[in-house]
Ligand binder design. Structure first.
Ligand code: NAD
Length: 491
């Protein structure tokens, strides 16, 4: 049973920073670990680089076979990994689904990559005797830094395509949610060829900074503030940084929208994972003709949603995974109240050691309030009326984020026409947060929500290669005579 899972203090051969980790449900410290120090990470990175040479030179089919064997080992331990993750995150259903999602990632990538990065020869358009072919050279060591909100899936999401590309991968999961690492590591260690090129070590800021310094490319998922530091550190080491950062996703609900479905989506996509998902809807704009009925129905539905306390297997809303996040959300709600907003349901942090918040519908909001301009990362649903589609699009496009968005309208055509005008990388039409269900589609983050190539779709694999070109001359190379000035003397 996930809630009763007890770990002894984790012993570690490492000598870096020590962490005492709190259980998100009761707030008690129940897990300890020590992160690797800088010099230990240097040794780990050097070992991974050495092993990467054979990994890179093996065939793609070999790497696919190794990852499929890992898939079997992961599947055998899926229950154990999900149970540890349920303790890390204080939620059971999502933890179970999240652990299972890794199997789908391995399936999707191993099916897709044989069609990508084909090395073909092409003639040059400038000279018939010249042709060229590309070589795809994987980076030696990819550093992955992941956050606490979806600890397992974000630990593996970049690692799997990088490993298939022929890179070695060193992942540093968040210090807030480290419990899943031990069982996940056992699945990797059961496949020695994989363990040689793939390691996971949780840690904090110190280990994250070291990892950037030791990698050839870094994939970072987390907040804008930390992402900025990672980008600066990566720039100082001249390595690419792929940043997947925060959002403040808007939803536009037009006059023609189906009220039942639109309120269902507004509630689900703001509160899924207690709003602790990057692609959570964070602000809802509703056409004035529908606004009163929308708010009334939303409040009715939101008021019925219960926290999963005291029984993790009952209710719907889990705790804040990171206790301090509850303080951030409470401060944003206090700021909104002070500026004239009304909270129609929810709104009070419930403290059971861990901290919960019921779905919180807020009205009379404006863009001067933090809940409308900043990422909230909690189950908060601010609703604001608009009079014209142009106004709604302008409101949706305000602010520093551009991760994703949603449009709900009477037809998909109407929704799509609006969605095309929104400055964000993933737009859900007549639903919300669909980027979590469509990993095949490439997308870029707009504005401060990220930087670098798409993590999804073919680019999510191709970004782990440097492209080299081999240019062939099949004719006689030109001699020095070809650049003699007299050949160009005017007549
Ligand atoms: P965070 O930025 O606090 O931490 C993320 C990771 O960075 C952690 O592993 C942390 O230990 C590490 N870290 C801290 N300081 C560092 C430094 N100086 N150098 C290197 N690493 C360092 O983020 P969080 O609070 O764990 O996660 C929540 C944030 O993640 C939210 O903003 C959310 O929107 C974002 N997120 C984005 C996506 C996406 O795909 N765009 C997905 C999930 C979460």
């Amino acid at each position: 049973m996930a809630t009763s899972l007890q770990h002894p203090p984790a012993t570690s051969a490492f000598s870096g920073e020590h962490f005492a980790v709190r259980n998100p449900r009761d707030g008690q410290v129940d897990y300890h670990f020590t992160a690797p120090s800088r010099s230990e990470l240097e040794d780990i990175a050097a070992g991974l680089r050495r092993a990467q040479v054979a990994w890179r030179e093996a065939s793609l089919q070999h790497r696919i076979d190794v990852l499929r064997r890992w898939r079997e080992e992961f599947a055998k331990r899926q229950g154990e990994i999900a149970a540890a993750l349920a303790v890390d995150t204080g939620r059971y259903l999502i933890a179970t689904a999240e652990a299972g999602s890794v199997l789908g990632m391995i399936d999707r990538w191993t099916a897709l990559v044989p069609k990508l990065a084909q090395e073909e020869a092409f003639p040059s358009a400038q000279q018939p005797t010249i042709s060229y072919c590309s070589q795809y050279v994987p980076y030696s060591l990819v550093g992955v830094i992941s956050p606490w909100n979806f600890p397992v899936s974000l630990c593996f999401i970049d690692a799997i395509p990088a490993l298939l590309a022929g890179c070695a991968v060193l992942v540093k999961p968040s210090e807030v949610t480290p419990r899943f690492v031990e069982p996940a590591r056992r699945a990797i260690e059961a496949v020695p060829e994989l363990a040689a090129v793939f390691q996971i070590h949780p840690g904090g800021r110190e280990a994250g900074e070291s990892l950037v310094a030791l990698s050839d490319v870094v994939c970072f998922t987390g907040s804008v503030a930390t992402g900025r530091r990672v980008a600066e550190n990566a720039a100082s080491h001249f390595i690419p940084a792929f940043l997947e950062l925060g959002g403040n996703d808007p939803m536009i609900v037009t006059a023609s929208a189906d009220l039942e479905r639109a309120t269902d989506v507004a509630l689900r996509a703001t509160c899924l994972a207690t709003g602790q998902a990057c692609q959570s809807l964070e602000r809802i704009y509703v056409h004035r003709s529908l606004y009163d009925r929308f708010v009334a129905r939303l409040v009715e539905k939101a008021a019925k949603v219960e926290p999963n306390w005291p029984d993790i297997h009952a209710g719907t809303i889990g705790p804040f995974i990171f206790g301090k996040q509850a303080e951030t959300v409470a401060a944003q709600l206090a700021d909104a109240r002070a500026k004239g907003a009304r909270i129609l349901t929810g709104g009070e942090i419930e403290d059971h050691g861990g901290k919960w918040l019921r779905p919180t519908v807020v009205v009379d909001v404006n863009h001067g309030m933090q809940i409308m301009s900043e990422e909230t990362f909690g189950p908060v649903i601010p609703v604001m009326p608009f009079d014209s589609v142009d106004e709604a699009v302008a409101l949706a496009n305000e602010g520093v984020y551009g991760l994703s968005a949603a449009v709900f309208a009477g037809t998909l055509e109407e929704a799509e026409a609006i969605g095309r005008r929104i400055d964000a990388g993933g737009i859900s039409l007549n639903d919300g947060s669909l980027t979590a269900n469509c990993h095949e589609a490439e997308k870029h983050s707009f504005k401060l929500s990220g930087m670098g190539g798409s993590r999804m779709g073919p680019a999510g694999y191709l970004r782990f290669f440097r492209r080299k070109v081999l240019i062939r001359q099949s004719g006689a190379p030109p001699t020095i005579e070809s650049i003699a000035e007299r050949n160009a003397r005017p007549a």
